[in-house]
Design a protein around this ligand. Sequence first.
Ligand SMILES: *Cc1c(COP(=O)(O)O)cnc(C)c1O
Length: 347
Amino acid sequence: MMQMIDLRSDTVTKPTPEMREAMASAQVGDDVYGEDPTINRLEAYAAELLGKEAALFVPSGTMGNLAAVLTHCRRGDEIILGDSAHTFLFEVGGVSALGGVQTHPVPNQADGTLRLEDIKNAIRPQNIHYPTTRLITLENTHNRCGGVPLTLDYMEKVGAFAQEQGLQVHLDGARIFNAAEALDVDVRQLVEPVDSVMFCLSKGLAAPVGSLLCGREGFINRARKTRKQLGGGMRQAGILAAAGLVALQKMRLRLAEDHARAKRLAEGLRRVSGLDMEPTPPPTNMVYCSLEEGIPYAGEEIAGFLEKEGVLVGVTAKRRFRLVTHYWIRDPDVKNVVQAFRKVLSF
Ligand SMILES: *Cc1c(COP(=O)(O)O)cnc(C)c1O
């Protein structure tokens, strides 16, 4: 069978041999009783790393965001978030369907931010007719906006503004370590302005399963109960946390490699005729590109041709692709992907 170069997402990362060893020898217990020593270690490590009081291991980023929103909000409350936010677009409407929480989207700018003015205008005044605005949700790095990191300065501005307005801030930090790496700032500083943050072990950090929700101790205690209510209380899940510890301790430190390969991939693709590249180099591990107008095929068709060449890409719009670099993408793959595009687009 052909060895595929899979750039659809960094979620396709399989566990490393070191993770599999750690999983096989992990000490475990019943985590619903708080007795899984490996999960307890992972939660303590994550809280320390992010500079928060406590952390909660959850099966997925989607559940982490959902548990956060449900813990911050009551039914009928409203959250302000970007119209390109993962929570708004790709989490099956969970906060509304399961939490009775209303979403109030405001435009995401190209750099992934929400304008403070737009947030301000979205806050509901005191009035018997209105829902209560409770929470602002940000996303860093911003997936749909090209994997762009939100700067420390911006995070601090939103944090200060929220405090002034009496609102909470939750950060969808699925790829927060990519952001910290790209900005060259301490992740603790970057998440200091937010009340809660979720990050994923299962993306660029290459663990097979899991995310962490971090915040104040009281908040995390309540979120633990929300997680149980959502059916996310796991038992001997220390075998998963063991891989997560390797992800956090080791894989976190090599994300710059993925960013460098994304830049090289974009440079290579820029020289392929038939492709429109974004004007700026990719800020983290995501490369977005589109088919030029003259190309007489849809994105899905081109993706099909690429698959025959051993390359898998994400199709994010009719003629737009997303290519994500990760641990299992090596230097020769970058060259091979450019070659595959050139072959497929030469008519
Ligand atoms: C992947 C992702 C999530 C959800 O994580 P899952 O583990 O896939 O549920 C949330 N937010 C962002 C920005 C993501 O990229």
